[in-house]
Design a protein around this ligand. Structure first.
Ligand SMILES: N[C@@H](CCC(=O)N[C@@H](CS)C(=O)NCC(=O)O)C(=O)O
Length: 229
């Protein structure tokens, strides 16, 4: 049964699931959701109006969203233990890394990069507020960029060490999620640390075209934005 993926090509949240589907070898088709996420048809299925989102007749609601949850669901449904280890300890590392990414690292990445990418920022954040000056917005963006170093070092020292997240021989869903996220750090003034470039290269080499092909959409978008800045 084929998975129908609603996705936005320049997004790293979406890149995670696009890489996962290719690495998993599952049958899928992709639909570009640009301009559609707030339509009544889309919101009837996916009320959070978020991508990545999948439609699957096997799912109790027929559709779901959240990149990490989608990867966990499909890996569970198809017994993809190499991508999502069954051993409780190794799975705990993967889950912890994914929760830490979405709860701690990604909000900083979004605050640092979305203003430059031209992506909408979340209500209540400095970049989205009409109450702050351009200087204040730029200072807040720079603060977020600086704060990324700490969670990144946690990924290096605790989760990754010299291998992959979950201590397997090949990338897990948490490596896919982190590698995709690192793609947006090219928007920052701070260069990606050498270890992180090495790690990204390791994940990409292990996944091959499953990573490189969809990553080209993000990289092309980032290059375009940087060239137009
Ligand atoms: N935590 C979510 C974030 C999803 C998200 O923010 N999706 C954005 C694109 S990056 C989106 O689809 N926005 C469309 C909208 O809000 O209408 C995940 O990891 O999947």
């Amino acid at each position: 049964m084929s998975v129908h993926l609603h996705m936005l090509p320049p997004s790293v949240n979406n890149l995670s699931v696009r890489v996962f589907l290719r690495a998993a070898g599952l049958p899928f088709e992709e639909e570009n959701a640009w301009g559609k996420t707030r339509s009544p048809e889309f919101m009837a299925k996916i009320p959070a109006h978020l991508t990545p989102a999948i439609e699957s007749s096997a799912h109790p609601r027929g559709a779901m969203w959240e990149s990490c949850a989608i990867m966990m669901y499909l890996a569970n449904a198809h017994g993809l233990d190499a991508l999502y280890p069954k051993d409780p300890g190794r799975r705990a590392l993967v889950d912890s890394a994914n929760f830490y990414l979405t709860g701690t690292l990604y909000p900083l990445v979004a605050r640092a990069t979305y203003p430059r990418l031209g992506f909408p920022c979340y209500p209540g954040e400095v970049a989205a507020s009409e109450l702050t000056t351009e200087e204040q917005k730029a200072a807040a963006r720079a603060e977020a960029e600086q704060a990324i170093a700490e969670p990144l070092a946690v990924f290096r020292d605790y989760f990754i060490r010299d291998g992959f997240i979950g201590d397997g021989d090949s990338p897990s869903i948490a490596d896919i999620r982190l590698a995709a996220t690192l793609e947006f750090l090219a928007m920052n003034d701070t260069p990606l640390p050498d270890w992180a470039s090495g790690y990204l290269g390791r994940v990409e080499a292990a996944l091959g075209a499953a990573y490189s092909e969809p990553a080209a959409d993000v990289r092309g978008f980032v290059a375009h934005v940087k060239a137009s800045a």
